[in-house]
Design a protein around this ligand. Structure first.
Ligand SMILES: [Zn+2]
Ligand SMILES: [Zn+2]
Length: 680
């Protein structure tokens, strides 16, 4: 009795006039009842289209809602299903968990070529190989060090579904990944290997292709064409590909016989999709996928996210690599107090130490990296006497200055400081707002180091992908002396000739209006420090700061992850932040500011009432509403409600049930973001 549902009707998915995918019901002719399966493509009559429309079977039923008259499916186009029932289950889970409809998920997951009637023959693009030849001199090492071997053996034995491989920068995590991939392939299972988008143009791709051969590896990320995606999709369904290497969206590829998922640099926020919906996190989806396929998940990082590290400790699935491969030393990190520079009338963004050491390095023929850690939007207020940053005491995030109201606001809980504000620590009035405007750094650098070759690499210019690859190539070839860049240069650059890294304003990293700002600050500083001294010459790193007593900065200076973790996990527990809760962000927006604010206030009120009635109000906390940090985007005013859910799944379900009862007028939009990566 496997087929409980009689196959009378098939639900099929069609794509009409780019309106997005929709499902419709069709009658199944008797002669097709035996062979029709989920995932097959079929031909259906549709509207006035005489030749019919291509559609995909996504489910069966034996009744229809009243008033609907179904037509018959014409024929099965491809007998080999292009996706499986498990796959649809995964997409259904994504739709539920991230509070969006299945159509939205399907639109993200399926290549658009699926819905074109005649898919043109796929031609290999010429450019492709160029990208992956940045630095080919290094051949992959096949031999594991004693430490690597030990960790590899332990990971193989562990029972937990998810393991965390925590290895300092340059400790050789990749070799362990490769061994685990080989083992999986030997068992006739396949692998998904995820890396942050930017790492896809790095050596990791080259090494993976070299090691496993271009025939068994497929590459999947946002800049491959729909035709390539479609071609890869078909190969995956035919089980012709062993390893799918890609960015976050590769998690939706229909790989068969999944045995292993690896997520490298798991702490990266780029695994989370913020725009558009579905606002999924590839890490969470990967966990679900491993559950459905009984596969293993390996998370790797030199600076694991607090949540992953906490989980690993509590499930005995933490594996550590503590030494750099080939015994390379970690670089020496020093902290320079910019208050002293200022007192001695150096008003440039560069301390005298950094200027001298840069000159020294370049004169020796070495290369230098300057990190300007600007991140989309950031603004905070700092005391120039003692370095203290104005914070919300309840939320531990920096307050943001609002010039219109002359006040300082917390964008989680709406706490506000007004009037004459003094430093809460030393009572000084010398408060200064820090924000954007770091483009100055490049101009100043070109003045001070006028004889050197200086280039700037900015994440804003990601659209010009080839240009950024060009700059990286030239840097790798030694044609650039000083590379200035934002956080993207902190990741994956492996240039043995870099002996100095200068972080222009280390405080910026720690002062984002987000509970994760310490984690991100620690991570970015550790990662960028790891770019220095990868060759024979010892590396140096300089952190410039106005707040040299910041404990997290000290942890980063010592590159002491455990120390950082201990400091941070206590704070998270105290303030009910993840991993002790899940966060949900609800954004209400409208062209009418009053109505946006009012609807947010009403929803907050109803939600609080609802939780009180269920006696869940102590386990699910509701903050706000408060205007968003970016209050107005595209003519719309935006208000935030932040939920901290301490009841995991049970709480999540209760909140989703509440959200489904909301009916909003047309002029008000609502966005729900589960575990958001920011609250801007
Ligand atoms: Zn002060
Ligand atoms: Zn607050």
């Amino acid at each position: 009795m496997t087929d409980v549902v009689e196959k009378k009707y098939a639900q099929v998915l069609v794509d009409i006039n780019k309106l997005g995918t929709k499902t419709f019901s069709y009658l199944i002719p008797d002669e097709l009842k035996e062979e029709i399966k989920v995932g097959q493509s079929v031909l259906v009559p549709f509207g006035r289209r005489k030749d019919g429309l291509k559609a995909y079977v996504v489910g069966f039923s034996n009744y229809l809602e009243e008033g609907i008259k179904a037509k018959y499916i014409t024929e099965i186009i491809e007998a080999n299903p292009l996706f499986s029932l498990e796959y649809l289950k995964l997409l259904d889970w994504v739709a539920n968990y991230y509070y969006c409809d299945i159509q939205t998920v399907l639109n993200t997951a399926l290549p658009q070529k699926f819905f074109e009637k005649n898919v043109k023959k796929y031609r290999k693009p010429k450019k492709e190989n160029e990208i992956y030849k940045i630095d080919k001199e290094e051949k992959s090492e096949n031999n594991l060090s004693d430490e690597q071997r030990k960790v590899y053996e332990e990971i193989k034995k562990v029972n937990a579904k998810t393991s965390l491989l925590y290895g300092i920068t340059g400790s050789g995590k990749t070799e362990i990944y490769f061994k685990l991939i080989e083992d999986t392939i030997k068992k006739n299972k396949n692998v998904i290997f995820l890396a942050p988008e930017i790492a896809l143009v790095s050596q990791l791709t080259i090494r993976t292709l070299e090691r496993f051969g271009a025939d068994s590896v497929a590459i999947w990320h946002s800049s491959i064409t729909e035709a390539e995606k479609y071609e890869t999709w078909k190969k995956l369904r035919n089980n012709e590909i062993k390893i799918l290497f890609g960015a976050r969206s590769a998690i939706f590829a229909p790989i068969r016989d999944l045995g292993l998922i690896i997520i490298d640099e798991e702490h990266e926020s780029s695994y989370k999709q913020t725009m558009p919906s579905p606002r999924y996190n590839a890490k969470e989806v990967a966990k679900k996928l491993c559950e459905l396929y009984d596969a293993k998940l390996i998370l790797g990082s030199a600076t694991p996210s607090i949540e992953s590290y906490y989980e690993a400790i509590n499930t005995n699935s933490l594996f550590e690599l503590k030494t750099r491969y080939n015994c390379a030393k970690l670089p020496k990190v020093s902290v320079v107090d910019m208050k002293v520079e200022r007192a001695e009338r150096n008003y440039t963004p560069f301390s005298r130490t950094l200027i001298n050491q840069t000159k020294e390095a370049v004169e020796k023929g070495h290369q230098v990296i300057f990190l300007i850690n600007r991140r989309g939007f950031s603004s905070y207020t700092q005391c120039m006497e003692c370095g203290e940053v104005l914070m919300c005491e309840k939320c531990a995030i920096p307050l943001i200055f609002h010039s219109q109201t002359n006040s300082y606001k917390c964008h989680y809980c709406n706490f506000e400081l007004t009037g004459e504000i003094k430093c809460p620590k030393c009572n000084s009035e010398a408060l200064e707002n820090f924000g954007m405007g770091s483009q100055k750094v490049e101009i100043m650098a070109k003045e001070i180091f006028s004889d050197y070759r200086i280039e700037r690499l900015d994440s804003d210019s990601l659209s010009k992908k080839n240009e950024h690859i060009e700059i990286l190539k030239r840097f790798q070839n030694g044609e650039i002396d000083i590379l200035i860049g934002t956080q993207m240069i902190a990741k994956g650059l492996d240039n043995k000739n870099v002996t100095l890294v200068g972080v222009i304003n280390a405080d910026l990293s720690f002062n984002l209006p987000d509970y994760r700002s310490s984690e991100r600050g620690f991570s970015i500083l550790t990662q960028v420090a790891g770019r220095s001294g990868r060759g024979d010459d010892e590396g140096k790193v300089i952190f410039q700061t106005y707040n040299s007593s910041n404990v997290f900065l000290k942890d980063a200076q010592k590159q002491d992850y455990e120390g950082f973790y201990e400091n941070e996990i206590h704070l998270r527990e105290l303030l009910d932040y993840p991993p002790f809760s899940n966060m949900i962000r609800i954004v209400l927006s409208s062209k009418n500011e009053f109505r946006a604010e009012k609807s947010a206030a009403e929803i907050e009120l109803h939600l609080s009432d609802y939780l009180k009635k269920l006696s869940l109000d102590e386990a699910i906390l509701v903050l706000g509403p408060v205007e968003c940090v970016l209050k107005k985007i595209r003519e719309e005013y935006r208000y935030n409600i932040i939920i901290k859910n301490k009841l995991s799944e049970k709480g999540h379900r209760a909140i989703l049930r509440f959200l489904k009862t909301i009916h909003l007028p047309d002029d008000i939009k609502m966005v729900v973001d589960i575990n958001p990566s920011d609250i801007l």
